[in-house]
Design a protein around this ligand. Structure first.
Ligand code: ACM
Length: 552
């Protein structure tokens, strides 16, 4: 018997040794892990499989069991293992005990053998990501919301050590041009979690709509959250975001925001709210024109573009208003970063305003760019004084900036910002703008933003978030990358999903996986299986048949 076991073991070792590395195996993990070894055999999930957890990991264990239930029909019991961190025969163990601290704040070890599954991580975020990988080791039907019969719920034996390349792996959703309700936002968060994405940038205010209820200024949502129609040339029935009187729009109450933030936190996703200033503020100024330079009136535009809804920095009351708004924002959003926009400010209004010109003279500012710098620095001080960190688009670099502000590079500035000590999030238009066409064959695509070129899946995948030639001592300033979905041309969730996926799958891989593992051919191979997961989840991604139209 012993001799027989020896030969079986020797055969298995041989099998392990001859399994090819990533690129030709049958695993379809997205994002691809840092280190993976394939073993022989499989672990089979059965109705008797238990989920063991240490005391700290009960919630993550419950999340695993809950996710496995609808498709398998198994109600896996969760048991707490207090004194040991050893694998349990026939079971899945999630534990923080004896985890390698080298894995960092988001890393995990995952070992699947025929006898057990163990996910070990120093943090719950790491365990959560290990669980996401576990789901992807199972057949794609695991994501079905109904019981699927005739599927072997088994996963291949593997040993995985994994951690992200970047700490900022994000998605921006513009809810101003099109309003997505709370449950739609939660759908987006679920899809992010599947891809180990961890920053949801919520673009809450812009010219075309103000989406966050502020108790002290009720007109912001009474007036600023509703426009006469969906606009942008869309057929009225392209969206459902209407109230009974036919006005288009919507907003989030503090309770909605609380729920979304909690929902995101349970998926280890940070929510970064964006409150635009000093430009892109027509909706706010339609509600409160006294904080503008001209006094109004303003009307929310029904088209895209740059509009003159811009705050008046020469009026102290403007800052009182903005400070009050942010005070409520701080209460609703517990995380570190607060995005204040700062992009595309039309400066003509300030040029033509005697009060603004007098302020510039008084402050020794020689042009309106400097006035914008003065404005953003003042707001940055307020944000910092409340223990938060301000983020803004590229233009916040104009006119000087406190070094702890973070720059979101959309039109350049990353190197300059990192050299000046700022952290940077990369979201250059050419590689990260998910509102751009996905193909050069525009006629085959739904209407998208025309001002950019085509942003193909391959182009996103080819993007290296680390700017070329950035000196190594500055590289830690590059926090990561995000895809940005502006919604001028996106009137509903189904269409948003079409624009986000599969391009955001590529963002997930370039932000998580090591640069050396990036391999377009292998990514496309894995994507063919990954989209079966998206199918099960009912996510409306852009189909592969269209992708094949792309020239390489
Ligand atoms: C931007 O696209 N205006 C940041």
């Amino acid at each position: 018997m012993k001799i027989k076991s020896f030969f079986i073991a020797a055969f298995l070792c041989l099998t392990v040794a001859t399994v090819p590395a990533a690129g030709t195996n049958t695993l379809a993990l997205i994002p691809w892990p840092q280190k993976l070894t394939i073993g022989a055999g499989v672990f089979k999930l059965t109705p008797d499989t238990h989920v063991y957890v240490d005391l700290a990991s009960r919630e993550t264990g419950n999340c695993l069991s809950a996710r496995l239930r609808p498709s398998t029909g198994y109600s896996l019991a969760t048991r707490t293992q207090v004194f040991s961190s050893k694998a349990v025969k026939g079971c899945i163990l999630l534990t923080t005990r004896d985890a390698s601290t080298n894995l960092g704040a988001e890393g995990y070890d995952l070992v699947v053998t025929p006898g057990s599954v163990v996910i070990r991580a120093p943090t719950q975020a790491g365990l959560f990501y290990g669980v996401q990988t576990l789901f992807q080791l199972l057949p794609p039907e695991i994501f079905s919301s109904n019981v699927v019969r005739g599927v072997d719920w088994q996963m291949p034996c593997v040993q995985i050590q994994d951690w992200p390349r970047f700490k900022w792996r994000g998605l921006m959703l513009d809810v101003s041009r099109h309003f997505f309700n709370k449950s739609e936002v939660e759908t987006v968060l679920d899809a992010m979690a599947l891809h180990k994405l961890n920053v949801f940038h919520w673009h809450l205010t812009d010219d075309q709509g103000w989406r966050i209820e502020i108790k002290k200024y009720p007109r912001l949502t009474r007036i600023g959250a509703w426009r006469p129609s969906v606009g942008f040339g869309f057929a009225p029935n392209s969206t459902t975001a209407y109230r009974p009187d036919g006005d288009y729009g919507g907003f989030y109450t503090p309770a909605d925001i609380h729920e979304v933030v909690k929902y995101a936190a349970a998926r280890h996703i940070t929510v970064v709210p964006e409150i635009e200033m000093p430009g892109h503020s027509t909706a706010a100024l339609e509600a409160y024109p006294q904080f503008s330079c001209t006094g109004g009136p303003f009307a929310m535009p029904l088209t895209g573009g740059i509009f003159n809804g811009i705050y008046n920095p020469a009026n102290e009351e403007t800052f009182k208003f903005l400070d009050d708004v942010l005070t409520e924002v701080f209460q609703l959003f517990p995380d570190k970063y607060i995005h204040l926009g700062g992009d595309e400010v039309p400066k003509e209004t300030w040029k033509n305003s005697p009060a603004c010109q007098a302020l510039m003279k008084q402050e020794g500012l020689t042009n309106e760019d400097q006035l914008q710098g003065w404005f953003m620095r003042r707001m940055e001080k307020f944000v910092s004084a409340h223990g938060r960190t301000m983020i803004g688009w590229s233009e916040i670099l104009q006119g000087g900036l406190a070094s702890n502000a973070v720059v979101m590079d959309w039109i350049g500035g990353a190197k300059e910002a990192a050299s000046a000590g700022h952290d940077v999030v990369m979201s250059p238009t050419a590689c990260c703008y998910l509102d751009f066409y996905q193909s050069t064959h525009r006629a085959t695509e739904p209407r998208a933003a025309t001002w950019g070129g085509a942003l193909t899946l391959r182009k996103v995948y080819s993007f290296d978030p680390m700017p070329a030639n950035l000196p190594s001592q500055l590289q830690s300033h590059i926090l990561g990358t995000q895809g940005n979905l502006w919604t001028e041309w996106v009137p509903n969730l189904e269409h948003a999903e079409y624009m986000i996926f599969p391009r955001e799958c590529a963002i997930a891989e370039i932000t998580w996986s090591s640069e050396s593992s990036h391999n377009w051919g292998d990514f496309m191979r894995r994507l063919q299986i990954h989209v079966q997961r998206l199918d099960e989840l009912g996510i409306n991604y852009r189909r592969a048949s269209r992708q094949t139209l792309e020239p390489n």
